[in-house]
Design a protein around this ligand. Structure first.
Ligand code: CP3
Length: 335
């Protein structure tokens, strides 16, 4: 194992369990706070509350890692784009003005807007037991662009005309975003986060000829940045199917999160020199308990002799029963 992978294993423990979206709407204690805080962005920027929400699932379930409560869309927000979260609908971003968005001298303002995130990490790291890791995150450039340029329709299809009709190169915007994402990663680590997870949730929607430019190349840049700065990293290129293999070879992250479409046995065979994480479909927590445990067993058994962090193939769903989460953690720890 390379040095940084060893560090990742030390930091996160490669026999540990946490969940994406472990702090969120399925928890009554989160809904209680959310009810009183209608503006989601403001909530993310309230460092006391953000820290409190981050620790809710740790208190309830004694999970091995905490993930800081924030959102990937804080990046366009900090760059000056309007971001609003509409109830039962999701995020809505204002029309983008790219010249304005990437005008010079943005860096100071960007860091200033995001400083409550760093403060939240600082105070959370102090409250969190030393044996547990604190995970920070960013969205990958492509996934951010899906929201920033409103590329996706309601059927989750990319509207290609929106890419082709613009008088700018997507690649240029991606490069610009990478710069800001690296700043945000570094600042979060300096504030006390142990590991970064990079979410490319919509990687599976990239047009075929563009995977290299929109996903692989910026991922390699960001992972290179992490390596140069000794930052343990986990990449989640969701929806890549068999391209997970070439992604891993080209990008070579320390850790890689699987999605439910990736067969665990295939992953174990094809994804080498990388710490594997996750994969279990969050929908199985909504069905029969027996089925949930059986599907979890497949991951636990397949990866029992390799470094593997137990997690899901996407975030916990809002309708999940917290007792199911408890049962799954208990089951994992018994096995
Ligand atoms: O994992 C965690 O517990 C940490 C917090 C976290 C949130 N968002 C809080 C959140 C993380 C890691 C994210 C990442 C995120 N945000 C992604 C990548 C992962 C993924 O889910 O694919 C994306 C694409 C977003 C953008 C986003 N934020 C959407 C599409 C939505 C609305 C729909 C939804 O899933 O809730 C959000 C809102 C959001 N982010 C909520 C939370 C807890 C729900 C806010 C509410 O209470 O209404």
């Amino acid at each position: 194992m390379s040095n940084l992978k060893k560090i990742l294993c030390e930091k996160i423990s490669c026999k540990s369990i946490w969940f994406m979206r472990q702090a969120g709407r399925y928890l009554p204690e989160f809904r209680e706070i959310r009810k009183k805080n209608k503006d989601f962005i403001k909530l993310c920027l309230d460092y006391e509350l953000s820290s409190q929400i981050t620790l809710q699932p740790i208190k309830r379930f004694n999970l091995d890692s905490a993930i800081i409560f924030s959102d990937i869309l804080m990046i366009p927000y900090a760059l000056g784009q309007g971001v609003e979260f509409i109830k039962d609908h999701g995020p809505e971003l204002s029309e983008i003005n790219l010249n304005h968005l990437f005008s010079n001298k943005k860096e100071k303002e960007f860091i200033k807007v995001l400083s409550p995130v760093y403060k939240a990490i600082e105070i959370t790291r102090k409250k969190l037991d030393k044996s547990k890791s604190l995970i920070c995150f960013v969205g990958a450039p492509w996934t951010l662009l899906v929201y920033m340029l409103k590329l996706k329709n309601r059927k989750n299809e990319i509207q290609l005309d929106k890419i082709n009709n613009k008088n700018f190169e997507i690649e240029n915007i991606i490069n610009e975003l990478v710069k800001y994402l690296c700043i945000h990663i570094k600042n979060q680590i300096n504030a006390g986060a142990d590991v970064v997870q990079i979410f490319d949730s919509w990687a599976g929607l990239i047009p075929n000829k563009k995977f290299k430019n929109y996903c692989f190349a910026p991922a390699r840049e960001m992972v290179k940045f992490c390596k140069e700065n000794n930052i343990p990293n986990i990449y989640f290129p969701k929806g890549l199917r068999e391209k997970y293999e070439s992604f891993n070879k080209f990008v070579n992250p320390d850790g890689i999160n699987l999605d439910p479409e990736v067969d665990p046995l295939w992953a174990k065979d094809k994804l080498k020199n990388v710490v594997l994480q996750g994969g279990l479909d969050p929908k199985v927590l909504l069905g029969a308990e027996e089925d949930m445990l059986q599907k979890a067993t497949k991951y636990i058994q397949t990866f029992k002799d390799v470094p593997y962090v137990f997690n899901l193939g996407h975030g916990l769903l809002p309708e999940t029963d917290p007792d199911r989460v408890k049962r799954l953690i208990e089951f994992y720890r018994q096995n």
